[in-house]
Design a protein around this ligand. Sequence first.
Ligand code: MG
Length: 237
Amino acid sequence: MRKAGRIVAAILDVLKKRIEPGIITEELETITVHELSRHGATSSFKGYRDFPASLCISVNEELVHGIPGKRVIEEGDIVSLDVGALFEGFHGDAAITVGVGRISLHAKALLEATEGALSAGIAIARSGARLGDISAAIQSFAESRGFSVVREYVGHGIGRQMHEEPQIPNYGSPGQGPFLKRGMTLALEPMVNAGGWRTKVEGNGWTVATADGSLCAHFENTIAINDYGAEILTSLG
Ligand code: MG
């Protein structure tokens, strides 16, 4: 899983460097497909419930599951890039939201709150902690910055399948839920809205956007639980 995670991190790193005003989202899909194959991996997403692409790309008020297409990325956009790789039977799954060119202070605060919420969730994860501890840490970090956490989509266990038990909500109470154990592998993925927490699915049946059209952000890492903390598997190593 470390190998799958490293491949995901490497691909996100390439995408982050390549995204710029004027690029078409389909070009980022092409890069993702090329990089997956260069690493001997396949996409966790393509064909999953008939999802048509290897990259999920979601712009501004789009939250997750956006499909690459003809859209042109513009200066000031914030773009969620979500990549999953299957390598030697195991999945890695991670996402970043990047600001393109100069972004508003509001957008910057949202990105920092969402990335910070992910870090807060990871920081509390260790053997003996409870799942609710992670959920509560994510929620309280995001809400302390004045943003709201999405309810309808959650993080997940991950391993031989991309989506395994348990579900990991981005809201909850400390001291609740199952105990974490050494060796568990989890994908934590806070989804944070600048406005209300509600979302809607767009006409293509896939793209999830905020119900009120507000900006939103999404960060994700795959982690492994150990006795003293958590190891981020989707890192460049
Ligand atoms: Mg995920």
